[in-house]
Design a protein around this ligand. Structure first.
Ligand code: G3P
Ligand code: MG
Length: 247
């Protein structure tokens, strides 16, 4: 049976990544502390098939490691740390399993973005699905998303009951065909790519439309007013306060 694909209006992008290192355990915990009900994370897979939460193909921008994540063993990846913010020390590059534990403990919904390096859609998605199958309870909200349509297609065959979001810049003219091809429930577009008329068409067809990454609260609130079902932000606590302030 298909599961719930409704994410809340405010989704913490890479955790509360405006105030804590992106895609870290601290950023997830902070998002929950700030009142967020859902987080988005990026997931890639080690050379020996272990999923890690990390945005880039390479390790240099965010960690003490070097090279391509998918070419490193889990043993190597477990020994490196996230080093984007000096005030956060001893911050491991987290395995997906550790992040899932924390997310479930805090009662958050999850948007798991599958981030395969080019040409690795199937093996990346397969490793993620295997872990989700054993560790994610049916009752908790989970939505897969990806820019990589082959990854979504594999997820559709492998775990059809997990809702899928097609990630795009702008909403494509051929969105019905694109959504059909991946069995998409949601479409996640960029802030600049949002189009209220197109969003209404998608919603009339039963889909939901979310926008990334709305770090300006005024922009985020305008998108919600214009019909977006929700927005991704690096500053979930601040946006939640701005929304509460409007009554
Ligand atoms: O899932 C929304 C957003 O995270 C997509 O872009 O590059 O921030 O992963 P990116
Ligand atoms: Mg992402």
């Amino acid at each position: 049976m298909a599961r719930n694909s409704t994410l809340p209006r405010v989704i913490a992008h890479r955790g509360a990544s405006g105030s804590a290192p992106e895609n870290s355990l601290s950023a997830i915990a902070l998002a929950a502390n700030e009142g967020a009900l859902a987080v988005e994370i990026d997931v890639n897979v080690s050379a020996d098939g272990v999923p890690y939460v990390h945005h880039d193909d390479t390790l240099e921008r965010c960690t003490t490691g070097r090279g391509l994540l998918h070419e490193c063993s889990a043993e190597t990846l477990d020994s490196i740390e996230i080093n984007t913010l000096p005030e956060f020390t001893d911050e491991p590059l987290p395995r997906l399993t550790a992040v899932i534990d924390l997310i479930l403990q805090r009662g958050l919904a999850l948007n798991l973005e599958i981030k395969p390096p080019r040409g690795r859609a199937v093996e990346t998605t397969e490793a993620i699905c295997t872990l989700i199958e054993s560790e994610w309870p049916e009752s908790a909200t989970l939505v897969f998303s990806s820019f990589d349509r082959a990854a979504l297609e594999h997820a559709m065959h492998r775990l059809p009951e997990v809702p899928r979001a097609l990630l795009v810049g702008g909403i494509p003219d051929d969105w019905p065909a694109a959504m059909r091809a991946v069995g998409g429930t949601n479409l996640h577009c960029s802030v600049k790519g949002f189009d209220a008329d197109r969003a209404r068409e998608l919603q009339a067809a039963g889909h939901r439309v979310y926008c990334y990454t709305a770090n300006d609260d005024e922009v985020a609130m305008r998108l919600l007013d214009d019909g977006a079902d929700g927005v991704f932000t690096d500053w979930p606590g601040r946006l939640l306060q701005s929304l509460a302030g409007r009554g």
